[in-house]
Design a protein around this ligand. Structure first.
Ligand code: NAD
Ligand code: ZN
Length: 267
């Protein structure tokens, strides 16, 4: 066990949590970023857990939490459920999917910083929380839409998140035509926006480095995007194992935000 402990470095600095990552892995990761200017970052709900937004599949994720609803979350956030049990859908949605006061964490901030440095060319995200944009990322491809945007299904009128929250209705209703306002979020049974999907495929196909962060890579077709990557280095940062671990050139099973603090210090 001693050997094992020597190999791994327990990093403990002010403001930084203890993480167990081999020192060389951090150095290799920093080196990959330093040497490349065509990086794409592919993120999932795990990058926002450090902003206190629960993901789906972690121990304290939404799928494991005890809820007052008699339906499973996977059922509720589907198109047919939205259509047939609209009031329960919105109750679940506003209580579990919308985190208006959440602030970006160091994962979001470091990705935005790397874009400013000309290194990151695109952020492809499965998240709907808008935190990449809030931290300053410009080229963000939102595969599953965003809670920030909402549209009347009858007349197309746009509503921002704050406006529908302020309305405080059980089912948000359009002020112009009394139609139902639907969040611009891709529900189960719905198709992804093909323009966004094509742009994501293009960015990943052309990238030299793909950094995958905080996703279980189990929601398709989004997870399949990794297969389009033909570049040099696939870096995977995720707390738990994923079906793509074997394909990665560098793999870190730790908290993304904490890992990025150490990596950015070397760039
Ligand atoms: P997921 O819940 O399936 O997987 C999240 C993964 O992140 C897990 O494997 C977990 O081990 C890992 N993780 C958790 N915290 C982490 C951290 N601090 N650092 C590194 N890894 C961490 O989420 P998914 O793969 O994104 O797919 C679920 C779907 O849920 C997505 O399509 C997304 O639209 C939706 N979703 C989005 C949000 C959000 O916008 N913040 C929140 C919940 C769910
Ligand atoms: Zn309307």
């Amino acid at each position: 066990m001693k050997l094992e402990e020597d190999k791994e470095m327990r990093i403990n600095q002010k403001g930084v949590e203890d993480i167990m990552v081999d020192d060389n892995v951090i150095k290799n990761f920093a080196d990959i970023i330093s040497k490349n200017n065509n990086i794409v970052v592919f993120t999932g709900a795990g990058v926002s857990t450090e902003s206190n937004i629960p993901d789906f599949r972690s121990e304290d994720g939404l799928y494991k939490q005890k809820q007052k609803y008699t339906y499973r979350p996977e059922q509720i956030i589907s198109h047919s459920f939205w259509k047939n049990r609209t009031e329960i859908f919105y109750d679940y949605y506003f209580n579990n999917m919308v985190y208006k006061d959440a602030k970006p964490n160091y994962s979001h901030v470091s990705i935005a910083e790397l874009e400013k440095m000309g290194k990151v060319k695109a952020v492809v995200t499965q998240n709907i929380d808008g935190l990449h944009q809030n931290s300053g990322s410009k080229n963000v491809l939102e595969l599953h839409g965003s809670v920030e945007r909402n549209y009347c299904i009858s007349c197309g009128q746009y509503y921002d998140l704050q406006t529908i929250l302020d309305k405080g209705e059980k089912i948000p209703i359009c002020e112009k035509c009394s139609g139902i306002i639907k969040p611009d979020v891709v529900l189960y049974e719905e198709e992804l926006n093909q323009k966004v999907m094509q742009a994501a495929i293009k960015a990943i196909r052309q990238a030299d480095v793909l950094i995958v962060m905080g996703t279980s890579l189990s929601v398709y077709p989004a997870a399949g995007l990794v297969d389009y990557f033909k570049g040099k280095s696939l870096v995977l940062i995720n707390k738990s194992t994923t079906p793509y671990d074997k394909k990665a050139n560098l793999i870190i099973h730790e908290k993304a935000g904490e890992v990025m603090k150490f990596v950015m210090a070397l760039i």
